[in-house]
Design a protein around this ligand. Structure first.
Ligand SMILES: Nc1nc2c(c(=O)[nH]1)N[C@H]1C(S)=C(S)[C@@H](COP(=O)(O)O)O[C@H]1N2
Ligand SMILES: [Mo]
Length: 334
């Protein structure tokens, strides 16, 4: 293994290298509240942080809004099957300022740095074990595949969650278009990477296994829930959410959903992936949301649901098996 020499770096984890870790250091405090029977109350994140972090202040409010004030998507239908959830949709300004996109830095606050992502003339290459390899540009994809809106629960492995209204198309439509051969068993998804551009501050970018890659079994990709998003909240995808094309796999932890996809390859064996290469014990390839399987360093039984402002705050909610999507996907794992 070529990565062993950087064992210090490899011992980090998604959780450990983010300010999330700071929040989690306050877990004893939170646990005390939960133990006192007020676990369902709203706990202000800002109160658990230094005064320099927390919600974006008015000076940068305009820049934040500009980052998601994007052209509306004209033609999409609302998919009634994936519409009503018991939880409210997360406010856009919260979703747009609390992200994981390590190419642009090791904190949740990368929305501004992510504006460096160059999305013009974007191409997505679909290749490998397929009868019809294709290179699409984003307009091709938007025209070829009918767009729909789906409201999905979103659960990060770090135990925070949101509810997000994505616009895009089911991955099974792409499978049908490129026609994988019978040898294709797995699919690898590769994110944009350019060391001149994707150099977030405070993060040892050079020694990590870039580009960010994720993978699925082909049966998982063919499940009706597996989705490619080109938009969110009615408009094009903001850069911090992984413009112009990202994966959304709602029954798996968020890290399975690679952002800013440039390449999709159909393979005969399981590909190496970013987090799994860094720490396979903490980030398994399958990564299905499972409240009964703790992460080695924290419980997955509950989650911090982020939905309403004005501050970044959360409510503690029970985590659901397969993030609530068992009826669609449990049979894939029997
Ligand atoms: N290329 C890339 N994709 C990525 C990540 C990343 O760092 N780089 N982070 C993942 C993780 S850990 C999560 S939780 C989600 C966050 O998506 P959001 O910021 O749009 O909510 O993106 C996933 N996709
Ligand atoms: Mo995540």
């Amino acid at each position: 293994m070529t990565f062993i020499r950087t064992s210090k770096i490899w011992s980090i984890s998604e959780n450990k290298i983010t300010p999330e870790n700071l929040y989690w250091n306050r877990r004893k405090f939170l646990k005390t509240l939960v133990g006192a029977g007020i676990g369902a109350s709203i706990l202000p994140l800002a109160g658990c942080q230094s005064s320099t972090s927390g919600v974006v202040k008015s000076a940068s409010q305009t820049a934040l809004e500009a980052s998601f004030n994007l052209p509306n998507i004209a033609n999409f239908t609302k998919n009634p099957t994936f519409y009503k959830l018991k939880r409210p949709i997360t406010e856009e300004k919260l979703a747009a300022q609390y992200n994981n996109f390590y190419e642009f830095g090791g904190t949740k606050k990368i929305w501004l740095d992510a504006q460096k992502l160059p999305t013009e003339n974007w191409k997505v290459e679909v290749t490998g074990l397929v009868k019809n390899p294709q290179t699409y540009d984003i307009d091709d994809l938007k025209q070829k595949f009918p767009l729909e809106e789906r409201v999905y629960r979103f659960r990060c492995v770090e135990a925070w969650s949101m509810v997000l209204p994505w616009i895009g198309f089911p991955m099974q439509k792409l499978i049908a278009a490129v026609e994988p051969t019978s040898q294709a068993k797995y699919v690898r998804f590769t994110s944009f990477y350019d060391p001149e551009i994707t150099t977030g501050p405070g993060f040892h970018l050079g020694s990590l296994p870039w580009p960010y890659q994720e993978g699925l079994r082909i049966e998982e990709m063919a499940n009706e829930l597996a989705f490619f998003a080109v938009g969110i909240y009615g408009h094009d995808l903001p850069k911090q959410h992984g413009a112009p094309l990202r994966m959304v796999i709602p029954w798996k932890y968020g890290f399975k959903g690679a952002k800013s996809i440039v390449k999709i390859e159909f393979l005969d064996s399981q590909p190496a992936t970013y987090w799994n290469t860094i720490n396979s014990r903490e980030y398994d390839f399958e990564a299905n949301v499972n409240p009964n399987k703790p992460h080695p360093r924290w419980s997955q039984a509950t989650e911090k649901f982020i939905s309403k402002g004005p501050d970044l705050s959360w409510e503690i909610k029970e985590t659901l098996p397969y993030n609530g999507y068992g009826e669609y996907v449990a049979s894939l794992y029997s």
